[in-house]
Design a protein. Structure first.
Ligand SMILES: [Zn+2]
Length: 122
């Protein structure tokens, strides 16, 4: 990226929580600039997160998360966490008129909150 603003990006990652940064360099890694990945990993190491911990997180994500064809994890429809479950939901007009069915993705927490279990796996 030509206009990569490392200073602003550094400020952003300093303020992000560790769990968020771990998701970025694992689940969402394929969609990121190599420079951004390097900065986040440096920040994680500064927070005493080891390369082995990142690798372990990446491995569990590979087996649990749902991915788009571009290799980036699908995102939960309700938060920034990577999705582990998908189910067909209805895109609604004005919040109540069903328009068309669409895939809804859920992270572990929201899948539980919405009662989406293994049976809903697609
Ligand atoms: Zn969620």
């Amino acid at each position: 990226m030509v206009d990569f603003d490392a200073e602003r990006f550094n400020l952003n990652i300093r303020q992000a929580d560790t769990d968020d940064l771990m998701d970025r360099v694992t689940a969402y890694r394929a969609g990121m600039e190599p420079q951004a990945i390097a900065l986040i990993e440096a920040e994680l190491h500064r927070r005493k997160v080891t390369a082995a911990q990142i690798a372990a997180r990446r491995e569990s994500c590979q087996s649990e998360c749902l991915f788009n064809p571009d290799g980036v994890a699908k995102k939960c429809a309700f938060c920034r966490k990577p999705a582990v479950r998908a189910a067909t939901g209805w895109q609604k007009l004005l919040g109540f008129l069903p328009l068309f069915p669409r895939e809804m993705c859920y992270c572990t927490e929201h899948a539980k909150a919405h009662g989406i279990g293994d049976s809903a796996l697609q």
